[in-house]
Design a protein around this ligand. Sequence first.
Ligand code: ADP
Ligand code: ASP
Ligand code: MG
Length: 856
Amino acid sequence: MTDEARAGRFFSRRFGGTCVGSAERISGVCDLLMKNDSPLTMGIVSAMGVANKGEPKVTDCLINATDMAANRDGSYVEELTKLEDKHVSTAKALLTDKAEYDAYIEVFRNELNDLRAMFKAIYIAGCSTDAFGDFVVGHGELWTARLCAATIRCKGGKAVWIDARDILVVTPSEDGGVDVNYNLSNAKLDKWYEEHMQEGAVVMVTGFIARTPEGVPTTLKRNGSDYSATIFGALTQARNITIWTDVDGVFSADPRRVKGARCLSSISYNEAWELAYFGANVLHPRTTLPAMKYNIPLTLRNYFNQDAPGTSIGMTCSLPAGENNIGKFETRDSNGDLVKGIATIDDVCLINVEGTGMVGVPGTANAVFKAVKEAGCNVVMISQASSEHSICFAVRAHEADAAVNALNKTFEKAIAAGRISRIHALDDCSILAIVGQNMCQTPGVSAMLFESLAQAAVNIIAIAQGASEYNVTVVVSKKDINKALQSAHGRFYLSKTAISVGLVGPGLVGKTLLRQMKEQLETLQEEFQVELRTVAITGGRKMLLSDETIDLDTWEEEYANGGAANMEEFTQHVLNSEAPNRIIVDCSASDEVASHYKEWLSKGLHVVTPNKKANSGPLAFYKELRSIQRNSYTHYFYEATVGAGLPILSTARCLLDAGDKIKRIEGIFSGTLSYIFNTLEPGVAFSDIVAQAKEAGYTEPDPRDDLSGMDVARKVTILARECGLQLELSDVPIQSLVPEPLRDVESVDEFMKELPKYDGDILKQQEAAAAAGEVLCFVGVVDVEAGTGCVELRRYPEDHPFAQLKGSDNIISFTSRYYTDAGPLVVRGPGAGAEVTAGGVFGDILRVCAYLGAPS
Ligand code: ADP
Ligand code: ASP
Ligand code: MG
């Protein structure tokens, strides 16, 4: 091949497995290659992939068959039959020329028969070798390359094909991959070109396969056809290289795993390399290297969406091409994102070599990595503390045993002498890497990553950042990797305080909250960059889960048509949502829902609620809840559990945090009882007022729920705990206003009918109070100094603030070191009702946002 033929005349086009997964697709690939505008086109193809679910992927089939035969499992025969059926039926559909069909099938059958014989031998021997495996697994590419060439000819075009093993010479490299021997490969290509090239023919090439200098067939390792395309691009010095695959381009994260992943319009060679190296399997890790060699523009395109422009991969700062510039050119891309992409390697093992004998001893690291290399393991990431007390590194999970064995052997003496204390393998780990050359010299990027992981309650096991600053890599537990990926992606690609909201209990308060949120969404976004995205709503029976933000104008309709409620699915959905922060808002009054808080908080979900059940439930539960919350860096706010929207708990917190000492909190905490006693006057029967209140909807459906004082006792318990008292609800004596004999009466009507009989009790107390110039109030009291709480009917002088109360207002007074009896701090206002309660909950949600860094 002449220099003239090279020098930018070739276009290199690679088609992945799915693009050649069926006859129809292969036909489309051939059309694309034939209508090419270039004088010389090279089509590099993978083995047939999957076009319809359930079909075999050819490379997988060949690998499976080898493994089966080596394990003396006779079902390898069926794998071969699947391959035969797939190729014969495809050839039948494509090769309309009988001679082409016959020729193709003859060679195919011969090869398949050879494979059968070889598998039989493996089956008998019960073992296989790497070299043998490499030879077998490359057949898929042979079969497609030949099939494509024959198809082009059947379509009236000109085509030749290359078995890449006749051209490509590669040697194994220390990282488990292969290096290309360009001199030998170029010479072979020149020879091939002289002998076989036909003017104007499309050159079909097998991806994936090559040969060693000794002539042994080998592969470029899984996913290697991308690499083949850029190697052939470099060999021919192609004008451009297109990688056709099944996605619109390189995404900011694997689009199968991150719903909001973005297609990147351009990235640099280095970024593509880092992303691929750290697990973005859209490209083979080495794909970009040959393209960089000659600065050949590389484009990733979607075969199934050919209108999409794809991702272009190149140098972001143009520097002259050439060997000397490799790795030197790209610095910053001033227009680009800070982090271009996030990739993961799911199965790794973290190996830790520890011992005091390593400190200051030169050569320990060398000995460690030499041993690992000799065991044939590839080190994915290294991290060493500057104390030199330990070296920790990650290898792929399947290489872990070999690495540990090699280390134990190498350091046998050092271990016996105690210089190395242990070699420890931590299984079930995953790697997450954020990649972007703009991270270079930008402070704060790792902080953003770590913050996002902390918020998702993901523990970081190890950290590494290369000096190139193109990536920051963390090792996390495998069970956390999806959560970590979602969270980190949301942190870099959504606004800083994007928050997913999952709402439990869309009753009166819940509904009102959603309306209030709707009204504020725009202002919050514009003024505070807070983006509230409601993604899930669940009631006791129905549930609405949405990948998109639920439209708060129309949610009721969608919710009415929602599926069956399921708390596990609800939780998982909120967890999987892409925003970096997630809140569950519990607007139910349910014990059962409250029992999930611990789980939610430990999973990194913030919790906001007006539900009193958790905080007034068993003390041990409450304490555990708080400790989980502190340790998981989540927020748990419940202002509306006491006094609805009134700032009661936050006032207590403010006083305590500023060093004040609260002595007593005393107040009228029940809107219902407030109304009843504010309306009570001489000559009006207690039971009449209860009936009126019931009528007006101020009471619970069964007024005994209010009159029993239980609700007030719960509030007292919550406040007492806030002040540091270790109080159980049962420690709070309650003076119930339900007459003893009526407590067990079944029906509400019956109760209301009987109540007037007991009007005398309250009347007597009221008259006694009035005679002393006092009024009756139903209060809750937290006596911090005595360590007690109580709920009872008390008398207050007529000029006391409690005696001045109107309607159903609440009033709460705090007596403290700074706010003495002479001038207590008093909070007063409506303490019940959907609007004010929802307002209190909304306030808590915004408090979470503020804690998460929304600007004030
Ligand atoms: P091909 O057979 O064409 O080589 P692959 O399945 O090997 O295709 O690679 C394409 C797949 O890579 C996509 O379908 C996608 O799920 C996955 N992938 C992983 N990470 C990324 C990413 N960052 N951007 C795009 N695709 C990705
Ligand atoms: N067929 C090979 C594999 O599945 C190479 C490729 O498709 O890129 O790994
Ligand atoms: Mg691939």
